[in-house]
Design a protein around this ligand. Sequence first.
Ligand code: HEC
Ligand code: HEC
Length: 300
Amino acid sequence: MASRAAVKTVIMVAAVALAAATGLAGAGARAADADAVRRGEYLFNAAGCLGCHTDEKGGGKPLAGGRALATPFGTFYPPNITPDPEHGIGRWSDADFIRAFREGRAPDGSYLYPAFPYPSYTRMTDRDLLDLKAYLFSREPVAAANRPHDLSMPFSWRFLLAGWQWLYFDTRGPRPDDPAKPPEWNRGRYVVDALGHCGECHTPRTTFGGMEADRYLAGNPKGPNGDKVPNITPQPRFGIGGWTPGDITLLLETGLTPEGDVVGNAMAEVVRNSTSKLTADDRAAVAAYLQSLPPIGPPP
Ligand code: HEC
Ligand code: HEC
């Protein structure tokens, strides 16, 4: 029969062990969170979230609501994506977050406009999406109300997006790596198609704003702000077929073209916020992937 003293000792030892264990687990969880935030920051830059969701010109706080995006359907005002519980996405669960990117649906089930480039982001892995969320939730919450979009009818009817998704948003979720291709190519495909959403600007669109899949990256005569977006397939005359991999990585890092010009318009911002912040390996992967694509000339 155990004495009271022995029982006390056992309880004390157990309590100390438990405290040590939870303390360790706590530290482990924090370290994991810090890693997730760091990885999330890289993804945040690679995916170019800042520019649309910050009204830089209007002096808005980072991520507290975006600058006006003029489109043929009207003007979009990207919402507050800070962790503010009232005006931002502070109450969103992990599942809510993944669903927005994967399926283009808000937590209440309503459809999101593809002005938010989820048709590209849908390719991101769950893990990358959760790291991205960890980074966003580490940012300063800002209590700034969203500005409603200013769209013409019938584009202001959100439920019609069900039809849009049915027409243009049929492939969802990450693609498995192609085992016949080197890891660099698979990484390049992920950076270009999923994170960098290069096709959102460089691929021409149909009347209703779907991407023309068979003219992938072949240039868009009516890009953001009505600017012409060049063909970046390896077509020798109309695309960037004459560029070396080093020409491509230099442009992504510095904005300099092989002719010694500096890219302007929307691409200047892509370079500043996004591709200049990629690792050299990721820029090389982008170049390898772009050069492997089918060359596409102008439409017949
Ligand atoms: C080209 C501009 C653009 C880019 C780039 C962009 N967004 Fe958005 N985002 C929008 C627009 C516009 C909406 C509003 C869509 C709607 O109202 O249906 C939106 C909506 C969202 C929403 C839903 C918020 C809500 O309250 O419903 C989240 C979350 C979000 N974006 C996060 C991000 C993150 C994270 C990134 C980077 C990976 C990103 N966005 C990149 C334009 C953009
Ligand atoms: C927001 C729209 C947008 C996105 C996203 C975008 N681009 Fe661009 N890109 C442009 C525009 C516009 C130009 C033309 C710049 C100019 O007029 O100086 C351009 C130019 C380029 C050029 C130079 C081509 C030439 O012939 O001079 C390359 C290469 C390029 N982009 C690659 C990419 C890659 C790779 C990605 C994805 C990581 C990407 N772009 C994402 C809009 C975009």
